[in-house]
Design a protein around this ligand. Structure first.
Ligand code: HEC
Ligand code: HEC
Ligand code: HEC
Ligand code: HEC
Length: 152
């Protein structure tokens, strides 16, 4: 009787560990943010983003991912699967030519560059104002200058 119970317990534990790792695996680890099909002639280098590093710093999915309805973020986290449609920021935030940064812009008209900058730098600024260790806010830290591949 005792052996059966132990087996059962081991089985349940195994299942818990499996679903946990599966969930972690559903999220990309590091991402190179490189929307070159949108930014056809890039001014800056693509930005490296350590996705899992941010998650393990305690930031929730819906802090960054959203689907708004009536001003509320109604995104269901189970929709957040690699390759799923409508997750990429560029699927909603479009890039309009000749844009100028306008802080009072209608948020629904936030273009792709502004959407990224507001989300990434906005949080880094806020966290560092709280006196905590935050991410970079200067251009070169996210967009490092490097030699063109053809020059090396
Ligand atoms: C600090 C912000 C942030 C947090 C927190 C975050 N994500 Fe992301 N995630 C991003 C960004 C930015 C991308 C890249 C989107 C793009 O390429 O347009 C991304 C991409 C993804 C993708 C890949 C989409 C694809 O197919 O290319 C998945 C899946 C994903 N996130 C799931 C999650 C889940 C699940 C959580 C919570 C456990 C989470 N994310 C938390 C910012 C975040
Ligand atoms: C399904 C469409 C959709 C996707 C995908 C999406 N957004 Fe948004 N986003 C919106 C809408 C709509 C708003 C305006 C919400 C409101 O009413 O305030 C918004 C607002 C924002 C804002 C707030 C703008 C402000 O100034 O208040 C930021 C920043 C932002 N998005 C960044 C991102 C980033 C970064 C990603 C990718 C991780 C992303 N969005 C993915 C639709 C989307
Ligand atoms: C909600 C808050 C939040 C958002 C949104 C966010 N970050 Fe961060 N980021 C942090 C914090 C906090 C740290 C520092 C964590 C630590 O080291 O303690 C950080 C660290 C970083 C670092 C340094 C990582 C390292 O290797 O030390 C980079 C680069 C970075 N973020 C890029 C980005 C980019 C790009 C985006 C937008 C796609 C973004 N972050 C969005 C909070 C945020
Ligand atoms: C926290 C990280 C971060 C910082 C700091 C930052 N950016 Fe960005 N920037 C991004 C991300 C992410 C994108 C979207 C890249 C993509 O998807 O291809 C972007 C896109 C851009 C683009 C559009 C793409 C291109 O190369 O033409 C330009 C221009 C740009 N940034 C310039 C700047 C300048 C200038 C500064 C300093 C004032 C700056 N960025 C600071 C993360 C950052």
């Amino acid at each position: 009787m005792r052996g059966v119970r132990v087996l059962l317990l081991v089985g349940i534990l195994g299942m818990v560990v499996c679903t946990w790792t599966l969930q972690l695996n559903a999220q990309p680890e590091d991402i190179l943010l490189d929307d070159h099909s949108v930014f056809k002639s890039r001014e800056r280098s693509p930005a490296a983003f350590r996705h899992m590093y941010h998650i393990s710093n305690g930031i929730e999915c819906k802090t960054c991912h959203h689907r708004f309805k009536g001003g509320k973020n109604i995104l269901d986290e189970t929709e957040l699967q690699e390759g799923a449609e409508g997750i990429k920021c560029s699927s909603c935030h479009k890039q309009t030519p000749g844009f100028r940064f306008a802080p009072d812009l209608d948020p629904t008209k936030r273009n792709l560059q502004q959407a990224f900058h507001r989300q990434c730098m906005g949080c880094h600024r806020q966290v560092s104002q709280e006196g905590k260790k935050a991410g970079p806010v200067t251009c070169g830290e996210c967009h490092p200058w490097k030699k063109k591949a053809s020059q090396s």
